[in-house]
Design a protein around this ligand. Structure first.
Ligand SMILES: [Fe+2]
Length: 283
């Protein structure tokens, strides 16, 4: 009699796969793989996945990889629009009322941005409505942090990032600052608009298939680093934007919404001003 255990069925296949995880596998990796494989098998069982659907899924994964290069990461966008990025973020950075909330990094951060100083312009020669950025970097008690590295980047008034316009090589609407003793970064730029996440690839088809909008509300990105403090990756959103309640990547948090018109409405400025105090948690 042949050994019946060499035949894998719906009933014993999942356990057989889990049993192949070697006892000396890294404990955290083993924990992740056990859960991932268990959920993947449960998903296939639940929807009774058909062979043709499985083939389409494999073709989709191949296409996703082919869409990626050094300026575009289709995987990050898929993670963003499915809410996975914000779920990971929420677990890693449980909200604390004394420090600034975090949100997605997004696919448009670039290494080695222009090094700028206070009073500089992020967008020289570009057309758009003037926006003044006036942000400070502080600890949880509001004491200024000196020597913090502040990366700033954003889209233009048509919703395009520098990597999406022109030859895609020139750095625009982005810069890196280092805070002085007062923790202040002050610079000039143009007002960004809301924009669609790039949806001309496989990730865009996922959105369209679910009848979802690709739009994100207008925002400015910040990545703050300071010795002794946790990195802070976040955005500041423009109050009043039509997409604040329908962000394609679920990245909006009420504490990150800023009224850019407040100073102008009060007669204290003739242009838009983004004013914000970032508070960083200690490591
Ligand atoms: Fe963005």
């Amino acid at each position: 009699m042949p050994d019946s255990h060499i035949t894998y069925s719906q009933d014993n296949l999942t356990q057989a796969v889990l049993d192949r995880i070697a006892p000396d596998t890294d404990p955290r990796l083993a924990e992740i793989m056990r859960s991932l494989l268990g959920h993947a098998h449960a998903f296939v069982r639940e929807v009774q996945l058909k062979p043709g659907e499985w083939e389409r899924a494999i073709a989709f994964l191949v296409e996703m990889g082919r869409f990626c290069d050094d300026k575009r990461n289709e995987w990050i966008m898929l993670s963003d629009v499915t809410g996975v990025t914000m779920l990971v973020d929420a677990i890693a950075h449980a909200s604390h009322e004394d420090v600034t909330e975090t949100t997605v990094l997004g696919p448009f951060h670039r290494e080695n941005p222009p090094l700028l100083g206070n009073g500089d312009n992020l967008s020289p020669g570009l057309e758009g409505e003037t926006l003044e950025l006036r942000v400070t970097v502080a600890d949880a008690e509001g004491r200024p942090i000196e020597g913090a590295q502040v990366d700033i980047w954003h889209a233009n008034g048509e919703g395009g990032y520098d990597s999406q316009i022109g030859d895609g090589e020139r750095h625009m609407m982005r810069g890196r600052f280092t805070t002085g003793a007062d923790g202040l970064v002050q610079c000039w730029t143009i007002n960004p608009s809301s924009y669609p996440v790039p949806h001309d690839g496989p990730m865009g088809r996922v959105l369209a298939s679910m009848g979802r909008s690709p739009m994100r509300p207008a925002h400015v990105h910040f990545w703050l680093k300071a010795p002794g403090y946790r990195d802070l990756i976040t955005h500041i959103f423009a109050d009043g934007d039509a997409y604040l309640h329908d962000d394609a990547v679920f990245g909006v948090k009420a504490s990150l919404v800023c009224d850019l018109e407040a100073r102008r409405r009060a007669g204290e400025s003739d242009h838009l001003v983004l004013e914000y105090e970032f508070r960083l948690p200690r490591v």
